[in-house]
Design a protein around this ligand. Sequence first.
Ligand code: ATP
Length: 453
Amino acid sequence: MATPSDAQRMEKIVSLCKRRGFIFQSSEIYGGLNGAWDYGPLGVELKRNLKNYWWRVMVHERDDVVGMDGAILTHPAVLKASGHVEGFSDPMIDCRTCKAHLRADQLVEKNGVQQCPNCGGKELTEARQFNLMFETHVGAAAEESSVAYLRPETAQSIFVQFKNILEVSRKKLPFGIAQIGKAFRNEINPRNFTFRSREFEQMELEYFCRPEQGMNLLEYWKEERLKFYENIGIPREKLHVLTVPDEERAFYSKGTYDIEYDFPFGRQELEGVAYRTDYDLSQHQKASAKSLDYFDEETKEKIIPHVVEPSAGVDRTVLAMICEAYAEDQAPNDKGEMESRIVLRFHPRMAPIKCAVFPLLKNKEPLVTKAKEIVALLRPQMTVFYDESGAIGRRYRRQDETGTPFCVTVDFETLGEKDPVLCDTVTLRDRDSMKQERVEIRKLTAILRERIR
Ligand code: ATP
């Protein structure tokens, strides 16, 4: 159960996200569309940094993984074979008092009686299965033969393209196919900000292997994924590995871990790492009557590869990064008095803006010119923000709130007016320690690049 202070913390995070342009309610001016979110100028940078880093470590830095980008509109046969048309559903219960639609596991129990979490009503319907897929129609005629689905996960297009990708990439087992993209689920009750949305993005890897490698690779990928979260600034002690018990695992899975994070609203799943055996490829081979096997040149045998799947949510990870980064502490203002500040302590590699550049005064032309030269120098290498308005302390504070790890200030020393030795040096201020160091402009790019990589 979240304590009141956790609830307050979450409220502050949601309001900061809106105020600073990370995340807005979708269609807000029309009252909002439940379960859909729009990312603003800073949110989109954060999200891109996350996806790019995932792609870098999961695809570019590996020899055994290739990428793909599949269509969102999906042939119904694909989702029939995968089991989604029949079974991708949640049990739904209606409250007869307030008419809310509820997921069966969201009911609250008081004195042994189940109640509606919204109004406390005890008049509840029986549970019925509610399919979470969004159905649509392709082409002009809205008839049964035109049905298509918005994909509920990215994985299925990987399985369906397995043979094509195997042939063109000429990879040998074990190898993986990675994809990042949108997925859609008509969640009964979207909630906890972006945590449970109806439209969201996934980062999925299907790592194909021989049957005897499956269990070891499940352990391997769990560890790799834990390292990943640490490398984007989520400390190990806030991450938890849940071994999904036999009775809750998909029937075809031989082992599944959920990687969970301590959100302010409770411990919740960020990613599932599942050993799915040969279920998906076998199902598609059967249903399509096309071979999806792998010919092993050493043993001269054909096998259906098994697969281990680390499947992460982009939006949930972005939310975890924001929750983890949010802090309130004390910082000195321009008069040296301590003031409270809000700071987002993003890992520099994830921060939306890497460096802000300020001229000490905006009405001193040489300071402004120099600062703009520095912006031009850094811009090809990283995201930069130029700000000349207000006192320096206020400018720092604005950057702290958006999580910018470094601020560069051009002052009179930069112009060589005080000490020729300091000519063409600037102050470089660190967001977390608030320490300032004097660095030469010619070394600035290299110093920052090293710190944000
Ligand atoms: P949950 O139990 O929370 O509904 P799940 O176990 O159904 O999640 P998976 O099918 O394993 O989720 O999907 C893999 C990942 O996709 C999840 O770990 C999560 O990060 C992300 N994801 C799934 N559903 C949503 C959603 N409705 N909103 C945001 N992200 C989601």
